[in-house]
Design a protein around this ligand. Structure first.
Ligand code: CP
Length: 308
C-alpha cells in the first residue's frame, strides 16, 4: 500500500503534492464505497479512534465519526464542555488518559494554534488536526480541493478566489497551501482589516473588490465572518460588510462565465451569501460535505497504514 510522507496530518504545510494526490485517489475509491447499499468496509477493524473536540463543530465532527464508522473503526467521542477539562486538567493529561485506554488515533479540534503539533511530540498515536485556532484545518482544505478537482477535472491552472474573513480563518490558510501545491492560482479578497499583512508572501493575489474577484475566478470559496474570534471591530457593522462583500445569485448569474460557488460552512445566510446564492445551481456546498466523509476516510486509512 502507498503511504503518506507523514504519520500525522497536522497541516497542509507539512505534506507534499504526492500526499494530496494519494489522498484524492483513495478518497475517490471510498466515495464509490459510501454510495453503495452497503457503505462499510473492514479496513480499520480493531483500530480505535478518539475524536476530541475542545471547540464546537457540526460538519467536521460528524464527518469524522461517519468516516471512522464506515471504515469499521471503534470510535470514542470526547467533548471538552462536558469533561474534566472544566476541573483544570491539562491537555496532555486529558489525552494521556484517553490513550491509556488503548486508543490508536486522535482527531483533535482545539482553539489554540499548535495544540495538535504539541501533542504529536508527546504521544505515540497518529494525530489528525480537525482545526487548530486560526492556524490550519487540513481536512477542510483537502475536501475543498477534492471538490474542485471533481467539478472542474483538475485543480492545476484554476483560479480560486477565497473571499471573506481571511485574518481569522484556518480554512483560508490550509486552502492556500493545498491549492498552491496543486498548481492553482489563488486570490484572497476581503476588507483590508480582515487580510493579514503577510498574506502576499504566500504567493497569492490580493483584491479588495468582491465584483473583481468574482470576474477573475473559476471558483469562489466564500468564508464566514468569524465574530467569535474578533476582539476588535474590523468593520462598522454586519450590514455594511454585506453591502460591500455579500454575494447574491444575481451577481453570479450576471458574470460572463460560469463559476463554482463554495463555502466550508457554517453559512451566515444573508451576511456573506444570500440563500438564493447558497442554494443555487452555482453552489457545490453540499457536495463539499459529501466529499468530506470520503476524504476523511482516505486520511484515516492512509495514516493507519503509516503506523507499521
Ligand atoms: N467547516 C467546518 O469546520 O465546520 P464545523 O465547524 O461545523 O466543523
Amino acid at each position: 500500500m502507498s503511504k503518506l510522507s507523514q504519520r500525522h496530518l497536522l497541516g497542509i504545510k507539512d505534506i507534499t503534492r504526492q500526499d494530496i494526490e494519494l489522498i484524492f485517489e483513495t478518497a475517490s475509491n471510498f466515495k464509490d464505497v459510501i454510495n453503495r447499499p452497503i457503505k462499510k468496509v473492514p479496513s480499520l477493524r480493531d483500530v480505535t479512534i478518539a475524536n476530541i473536540f475542545f471547540e464546537n463543530s457540526t460538519r467536521t465532527r460528524l464527518s469524522f465519526e461517519l468516516a471512522e464508522k464506515r471504515l469499521s473503526a471503534d470510535v470514542v467521542n470526547f467533548s471538552a464542555s462536558s469533561s474534566s477539562v472544566k476541573k483544570g486538567e491539562t491537555l496532555l493529561d486529558t489525552v494521556n488518559n484517553i490513550l491509556a485506554m488503548k486508543v490508536d488515533m486522535v482527531v483533535m479540534r482545539h482553539a489554540s494554534a499548535g495544540a495538535p503539533h504539541f501533542l504529536s511530540k508527546h504521544i505515540k498515536a497518529n494525530i489528525v488536526n480537525a482545526g487548530d485556532g486560526t492556524h490550519e484545518h487540513p481536512t477542510q482544505a483537502l475536501l475543498d480541493a477534492f471538490s474542485i478537482h471533481e467539478k472542474l477535472g483538475s485543480v492545476e491552472g484554476k483560479k480560486v478566489a477565497i473571499i471573506g474573513d481571511i485574518l481569522h480563518s484556518r480554512v483560508a490558510l490550509s486552502n492556500i497551501f493545498a491549492l498552491k501545491k496543486l498548481g492553482a492560482e489563488v486570490m484572497v479578497c476581503g476588507p483590508p482589516t480582515l487580510l493579514p499583512k503577510f498574506i502576499s508572501s504566500l504567493g497569492v493575489q490580493v483584491e479588495l473588490e468582491v465584483q473583481k474577484a468574482l470576474e477573475w475566478c473559476d471558483v469562489a470559496n466564500v468564508l464566514r465572518i468569524q465574530l467569535e474570534r474578533q476582539q476588535l471591530k474590523y468593520f462598522p457593522s454586519l450590514r455594511e460588510y454585506t453591502l460591500y462583500y455579500g454575494i447574491n445569485k444575481k451577481m453570479l448569474d450576471d458574470l460572463k462565465k460560469k463559476i463554482v460557488l463554495m463555502h466550508p460552512g457554517p453559512i451566515n445566510r444573508g451576511v456573506e451569501l444570500t440563500s438564493d446564492a447558497a442554494d443555487s445551481h452555482h453552489s457545490i456546498i453540499l457536495d463539499q460535505v459529501e466529499n468530506g466523509v470520503a476524504v476523511r476516510m482516505a486520511v484515516l486509512y492512509l495514516l493507519a497504514g503509516a503506523q507499521g
